[in-house]
Design a protein around this ligand. Structure first.
Ligand SMILES: [Zn+2]
Length: 326
């Protein structure tokens, strides 16, 4: 598993297994407004600015070229052949299993464990996008090494990079929530102190759920800024309290000063859950769903049921199953 595919295997995949009709509808619609890019030799996508007016043109291209990797823009243009006359771009979150700041497997590349942890993070983000932000037109793509969350609600597609980075910080929990609140008619009084875990909605709840995920997956071998080995050990020792929802007790065990530093460190760590470069780049190209991720020999595909998705069952091409060592 997870070995690179040969040119012969790629040819077989695009001739026998791949079907242009399986491209997701959100790609087929307005196909001629997107830029396509290809990597033919495995050196990166340097064949860019390609356009396809019809599905049949893509079908022929993929069959004859059997590219190492295929991509299409998240952007829609009036002149996609020169990335000109930009109209709008999908809002994208890229969760790569290999780059997760905390992974309980500590493997070299990707494995079943970190792919599953990436999927759990995607579920958390999805919940926030739907519940907190009220977004509906959301598509999950298994990329071969992780997941892309692609949002096509019209109201977000015209966001600029600055707004996208604010949304990204919200959904990934990348800022420590404030814990002092002043009531409007009590401006002279001492502010109320309210920790993030006591507020069951809005940003504090998002932050709590992301931190909980990290706490439950820490192995003790991580190097996290401002968290020393002793604190790391204590987090692991007392994390059963977090699992039970007893955050107050957990905070007591850690101690108030160490807890404050811990919250700050976790917010910085959360920044790494999603690849920020991808979310703020309006002209990014992303791996084309249905195409082959040749480095790991997995299918990039739209995931309809993320709750039960198992890439090792659903995203393995036939030629991998027929390899001798499978
Ligand atoms: Zn792993």
């Amino acid at each position: 598993m997870f070995e690179a595919s040969t040119l012969e295997e790629r040819r077989r995949y695009y001739r026998e297994e791949w079907n242009v009709k399986e491209l997701p509808d959100f790609i087929k619609k307005d196909l001629n407004k997107r830029e396509f890019g290809f990597d033919h030799l495995g050196n990166g996508p340097n064949d860019r600015y390609r356009i396809f007016k019809t599905q049949d043109m893509i079908r022929r291209f993929m069959r004859y070229r059997s590219p190492f990797a295929a991509y299409c823009s998240i952007a829609f243009y009036n002149k996609p052949w020169q990335r000109g006359d930009w109209l709008k771009s999908e809002l994208v979150f890229d969760v790569d299993a290999k780059d997760l700041p905390i992974r309980s497997c500590n493997c070299e590349g990707v494995c079943n464990i970190c792919l599953n942890e990436a999927r759990q993070i995607v579920l958390l983000i999805l919940d926030t996008l739907r519940g907190d932000l009220g977004l509906k037109d959301i598509h999950m793509i298994y990329s071969g090494r992780g997941y892309h969350i692609r949002v096509l609600d019209e109201e977000v597609m015209t966001f600029d990079s600055e707004v996208r980075s604010q949304v990204l910080k919200y959904v990934s929990g990348a800022e420590a929530p404030k814990n002092k609140y002043v009531l409007e008619n009590e401006v002279d009084q001492k502010p109320y102190e309210l920790e993030h875990f006591l507020i069951p909605f809005g940003y504090p709840a998002v932050f709590t759920s992301r931190v909980k995920h990290s706490i439950m997956h820490i192995t003790g071998k991580e190097k996290i800024e401002n968290i020393n080995t002793k604190l790391l050990k204590d987090i692991i020792k007392y994390r059963n309290l977090v699992e039970k929802g007893e955050w107050g007790l957990f905070k007591n065990k850690i101690g108030p000063i160490r807890y404050k530093n811990f919250v700050e460190s976790m917010s910085q760590l959360n920044m790494g859950i999603v690849d920020a470069k991808v979310s703020i780049d309006l002209k990014r190209i992303l791996r084309l769903p249905t195409s082959l991720h040749s480095k790991v020999s997995m299918k990039c595909m739209e995931v309809k049921n993320i709750e039960n998705f198992d890439p090792l069952k659903e995203a393995v091409p036939k030629f991998v199953m027929e390899r001798k060592d499978y």
